[in-house]
Design a protein around this ligand. Sequence first.
Ligand code: SF4
Length: 659
Amino acid sequence: MDEFYGWAGKALDINLTTGKIETKSLDRDWAVKYIGGSGFGARILYDEMPPEVPALSPESVVIISQGPLGGTLTPTSGRCEIIYKSPLTGITGRGNVGGNFGPQMKWAGYDIITIRGKSDKPVYLWINNDHAELRDASHLWGKDVWETIPIMQDEVKDTVNDNNYRGNISTLLIGPAGERIVMSSAIMCGPSRAAATASAAPIWGSKNLKGIAIWGNKGINLAKPAEFIKICEAKREKLKEDPFYETKQQYGTLSWVGGAFARSPLGKMVVGGKPTEGLEEHSFDAIIERSLACTGCPIHCAHFLNVKEGKYKGTKGEGIEGYVQYLGLAWQTPSAPFLAKYNNLCNQLGSDVAATGWAIEWAMRLYKDGIITPEDTDGIEVTYGNEDAILELTQKIADREGFGEILADHPLGAAEKLGKGSDKYASHCKGIATYTVSPGISWDMSNTVAYNTATRGFDYLSSMTYIQLPGYLAEWIAPEILENLAEEKYGGAEVVLDGWAKDIRKMKMVQGSQNDALLADMVGICKFASAMLCPRGGLEMADLGELITAATGEVVTAEDLRKAVEREIATERAYNAREGIRRVDDYPFFLHWQLKHGEPNPLWDYEQMPFTLETYDALLDEFYKLQGCDVKTGIPTRARLEELGLKDIADDLEKRGVH
Ligand code: SF4
């Protein structure tokens, strides 16, 4: 067999219908072309999940994929990517998860695990290096994530010789929410890490797959080990040079919301002009007990939380992302102990904190405007600030019980079931919910275009022009650093300084940050170490090229990586086009509504919005041009697809009449 370095060189294919498990070899040229992680996944999804196959059918395929740097000494390489057709949106679905599954998968000897078919009873998959088997999971079905992990580890521990099996046998699981095909459910790695965006967990629920346990000790072959280790050390030092490094170590994503968003004009708009004091990242200081890290990460951005007093005393658990704090702002329940309680409940149920949260916030707004009453909500007063109601609804959603049966399909499915004009409130982009007060608008113009043009629906993680975040401009980054960066990367400080300006140069920022973000998912590192989220110390294309070359022995340049990431984006855009996505789907909700209905959405005063349709159109035109997409449709052109080595995709689109 061809010897692989960096990549493990193998894919594991599981058919849940037949129980057949096969190991396949990777094709080297294919690996070099698509690199790994989301790059592998996008191509397999295009080839194996055509429009004729519904996301929740037995034939649907879920791909778990690693990059060539995953599980190595590269800082933050403890991630892995899950790729699927989303049952929520019907288009590209992708979730990236930290913890230790990705490294264990690589150490067991696999770059790709593909799951297809449907088991006739609940099962889980146990992978121990070359050994893989399906085991009965009937006794685990209905159990929450925290209950399931130790049972599963105990059941398989005898086949490994590992005193630290609790720490090393990694699990990817669904909880009760995923089993009940709840659209806001998540695949959980360990007790708190979630692959959540665009609903992979309902697919596992529909396949009767409770989860995967994995343990590997085969290590990773490296082409030039000594050189690779040296480069890793240098990149680790480079990361420390980033002006945000220490903030990330201390607060992780909590710094985004408390530190930047709450102080921004948009933050104030979101909380309805209410003061945002007290919502800073350090409002969590009293309950943060210690830092936690994914495998091999020097940043250790996560936390172990322990609430020592008050109503939620005794609440202990891992995690908490800035997103939960953002929800605290939206719900008017900013107390850190309460948010820790909510976070834990979601982790146990296998629910996505964000999607569940937006479903509840949607209900709050409907309740406030009298669209729904206690008669619709099982008697619950769904008012802003009502912590008990939030916890009760979270449980009901995971159980699909009562009003939870409606909220479980938020946003579009829920609005359709409820009726009463609730679709006006169901702010979304390509089926992914956004906060209703700011209907698809982000911090500024570039991030608004970035989030709404992302291939998996409204998405702050597929492209974030970090340099633009408002709090940083004033307080976190010295003006000269900002100006130099803006000059260097985007052609002028003014491109960055005026957040809402109609300046088409901003689209280069969007394209650049999108490339940096997706490259992290391809190679197998965390976005917290990527150039997207570290403007000074992040691992840029040249750094990653150096690392991949030393790891794999294939010469991979920055230009090769730029092309590979643009290939992934074009593949995903073509995939979405084949599913019916067009330009109208790349607008923020208030404009999308106007274009679809021929009139403004009555909930918002368009005069008060920070930009107009005309401004957005001009920027979108420019963004499409940069991406090689047809300006009318948003579909990658044949010329672009061929330039990226995707002629077969161009032919497929033509054959299917996609234009
Ligand atoms: S920065 Fe945080 S999320 Fe990223 S790998 Fe490190 S600990 Fe995990």
